[in-house]
Design a protein around this ligand. Structure first.
Ligand SMILES: O=P(O)(O)OC[C@H]1O[C@H](O)[C@H](O)[C@@H](O)[C@@H]1O
Length: 316
């Protein structure tokens, strides 16, 4: 069944979440593992200790789908539909030490995509987010995570901001809405991406939907990307791939080469990135491809303005 994403037509909005058909718990707190189990969340939303003792939110829908999200980096590390097959990939070299970003699942790149004045892909993927809200909408669990500036983020990017990340699990899809709000008194700008790792057989995987897009190919020289236009209907991963697609469409299709066709829809994520490290990660490159929704050109926000973007990945 096709599911549509309904989003405000403007990319800059003020958030007013509401849902009459929901069972919501709003409990802002900063995570401390000892106190986590005393909190209650909406049905289908549970918190427990994950790898490395890091707090992990588990979502289970009444349809049998499941997802896991680490508060460290607000990283969705697992998404399973009712057949129990995990469609996301976590690299075998991923560490869960609360310092290094979790390599796999859906890491955030914010407030910078790629290399730049601050660390690669910014700091959001290696900070602890908190739970600001949980909900259950007709049997589907929803959790909203929040990140605000602190001394660490300000040491790299001296702005006051709020990031809200709402993750909703459905029977055959998972959607994420990222809202960045300028809570500062001065404007700021950022680039961002959701660096999604999909389980795949790299020799059978392919992506459709990018034909005609302007490309910035970081292969062979990442510091001097080659401009071009994508001519292929079906893009495969025969070797190292690291390519930005500007003004990508709202819907891409990934055939993971493992028998699944995954539709990746978005609202307001204007760009896309394909990445597979090939022999640079010899132990695991055969088992995943990254298809990333991104905002490569800078988003500029005035004080109190918000930017909102949604990604939905769906199967079947
Ligand atoms: O290893 P990471 O810091 O997670 O980055 C992994 C990759 O992310 C993106 O896909 C970039 O386009 C690549 O150039 C980068 O190598």
């Amino acid at each position: 069944m096709a599911t549509s994403i309904s989003m405000p037509s403007s990319s800059f909005i003020t958030l007013t979440p509401s849902n009459s058909n929901s069972r919501r718990h709003r409990r802002p707190f900063r995570t401390a593992m000892a106190s986590l189990d005393q909190r209650t969340y909406s049905p289908g939303v549970r918190i427990s200790e994950g790898n490395g003792g890091l707090p992990k939110v588990s979502l289970s829908s009444h349809h049998g789908s499941e997802a896991e999200i680490y508060l460290f980096g607000a990283c969705v590390t697992s998404w399973k539909v009712s057949n129990g097959k995990d469609l996301l990939f976590v690299r075998p070299d991923a560490v869960f030490d609360g310092k290094k970003p979790i390599s796999g699942g859906i890491p955030h790149c914010f407030p910078q995509f790629g290399p730049g004045p601050m660390q690669q892909h910014g700091f959001a993927r290696n900070m602890s987010w908190s739970i600001s809200d949980s909900d259950n909408v007709e049997g589907d669990p929803v959790v909203t995570l929040e990140l605000k500036d602190n001394l660490y983020s300000r040491s790299m990017w001296d702005f006051s901001f709020q990031a809200l990340y709402k993750v909703s699990l459905h029977s055959k899809s998972i959607s994420t809405v990222l809202t960045i709000t300028n809570t500062d008194k001065k404007p700021f700008s950022f680039s961002t991406a959701l660096h999604t790792y999909f389980c795949a057989s790299v020799t059978g995987a392919s992506v459709k939907g990018l034909k005609g897009c302007k490309m910035l190919n970081k292969d062979p020289d990442p510091s001097n990307p080659l401009e071009g236009k994508e001519e292929r209907e079906v893009i495969t991963f025969p070797g190292f791939v690291d390519c930005i697609y500007l003004d990508a469409p709202k819907e891409l299709q990934l055939d993971n080469g493992l028998g699944d066709v995954i539709t990746i829809r978005n609202t307001n994520w204007s760009d896309a990135v394909l990445w597979n490290p090939h022999l640079k990660m010899e132990s695991c490159y055969r088992d995943f491809v990254c298809v990333e929704n991104a905002k490569i050109g800078k988003v500029q926000l005035e004080p109190e303005q918000s930017w909102v973007a949604e990604q939905q990945i769906a199967i079947g």
